[in-house]
Design a protein around this ligand. Structure first.
Ligand SMILES: Nc1ncnc2c1ncn2[C@@H]1O[C@H](COP(=O)(O)OP(=O)(O)OP(=O)(O)O)[C@@H](O)[C@H]1O
Length: 349
């Protein structure tokens, strides 16, 4: 849902992860130049450790800072990968929940813009498709209504940890792929493209159950169950072809063992996963993914592996919880440039 007026931002906090996988030299300077050209006030924070992005956003939006009025950002530009974006989202969502003065143009103040510099960049892609970042950032900082729109999108809340879910949460194979990616020496989408077959080669489907608003969707051997969020995972795998970011509902795709783990990557990259027997889709407000043999469930959300202490992942929707800049027409973000998804999206069964 676009926010009616999409007011142009005035004060930005730019949070950059200097260690992000595909950050090219000169990008931060270009980001700062664009922001300073068009905004009243621009602060920059270079992250120094995991958690540093969230700390910087929390500090910038803290009531003490806000008391000094003018300095509170109404835009947070995250320059990095999906992990950095996730940290910023966590801090914005927490500020929003507390009603901090700088909190949301989510509810009250700061909105997110993304400059992609990571491995998958799924967050950027679901808002801007393949548009070059300097075009989208220029449109955002100038508040150009023909090219950028301030949108309020849904988040999920992972009940086991309380963490906010933006891109999606996935059990099984995609989580295993994150482990395999640690030993792949490549950057960008190539890293996951190489890691997923490695993960699939040794992956055994687990006994699972998935319920949507208390109704059983799937029970049996499970390759993965992805809840979102975004349509793509890893920036290239189409798992939720009909997911809307702002419909107040969560989509889920479950892949049963009728599909061999080794087939999943190619099918999802071609946008054909949903055509296979054993793949089911659901939509609802609360989605519970369980492992039924008592062993821990391997799952991730937003590209971060979750601790192995849970036998379930349960995601409830937080409708419209995040204000974020994206392309003005939702159709633009539905185009899969690899040709698999027609404009308007494919019809899931
Ligand atoms: N300066 C830093 N040093 C070490 N880790 C950092 C730093 N800044 C951020 N991090 C952490 O590194 C992780 C990965 O960062 P980020 O997502 O920006 O890049 P990436 O790994 O290249 O991309 P992706 O998340 O798409 O795989 C995040 O969890 C983030 O919290």
């Amino acid at each position: 849902m676009p926010i009616a007026a999409s007011p142009a931002p005035r004060r930005a906090l730019v949070v950059v992860n200097p260690t992000a996988g595909t950050l090219r030299s000169g990008v931060l300077e270009q980001v700062l130049r664009l922001c300073r050209q068009h905004l009243q006030d621009v602060a920059v924070h270079r992250t120094t450790h995991r958690g540093s992005a969230a700390e910087a956003v929390r500090a910038a939006l803290a009531p003490a800072t806000a008391a000094g009025a003018g300095a509170v950002p109404d835009l947070v530009v995250a320059v990095g990968g999906d992990g950095t974006v996730h940290e910023v989202v966590r801090a914005l969502a927490a500020a929003d929940a507390k009603g901090a003065p700088g909190a949301g143009r989510s509810r009250a103040g700061a909105a997110l813009a993304i400059v992609p510099a990571g491995t998958g960049n799924s967050g950027y892609r679901m808002l801007w498709a393949e548009q070059p970042w300097h075009q989208s950032l220029r449109a955002t900082v100038t508040g150009d209504p023909a090219r950028a729109r301030l949108r309020r999108v849904d988040l999920g809340r992972l009940e086991e940890t309380g963490g906010p879910v933006l891109l999606g949460a996935c059990s099984g194979l995609i989580a295993q792929g994150l482990i395999a990616a640690r030993s792949v020496a490549a950057a960008g989408r190539e890293k996951y493209a190489r890691a997923l077959p490695d993960a699939a080669a040794s992956f055994t489907p687990y006994p699972g159950r998935v319920t949507v608003d208390g109704q059983l969707l799937h029970e049996g051997a499970t390759v993965l169950a992805n809840v979102g969020g975004g349509r793509h995972r890893g920036g290239q795998y189409l798992v939720l072809p009909r997911s809307e970011l702002d419909d107040g509902l969560l989509d889920v795709c479950v892949v049963g063992d009728e599909v061999a783990p080794a087939e999943v990557a190619d099918l999802a990259r071609a946008g054909l996963l949903h055509t296979r027997a054993g793949v089911v889709h659901g939509r609802g407000r609360r989605i519970r993914v369980e492992r039924t043999d008592g062993l821990p469930l391997l799952f991730e959300h937003d590209g971060e592996l979750q601790p192995l202490g849970f036998t379930s992942m349960t995601v409830g929707v937080l409708p419209g919880a995040l204000a974020i800049w994206g392309a003005p027409r939702e159709e633009e973000t539905r185009v899969d440039t690899q040709g698999a998804v027609p404009l308007g999206g494919v019809a899931a069964p």
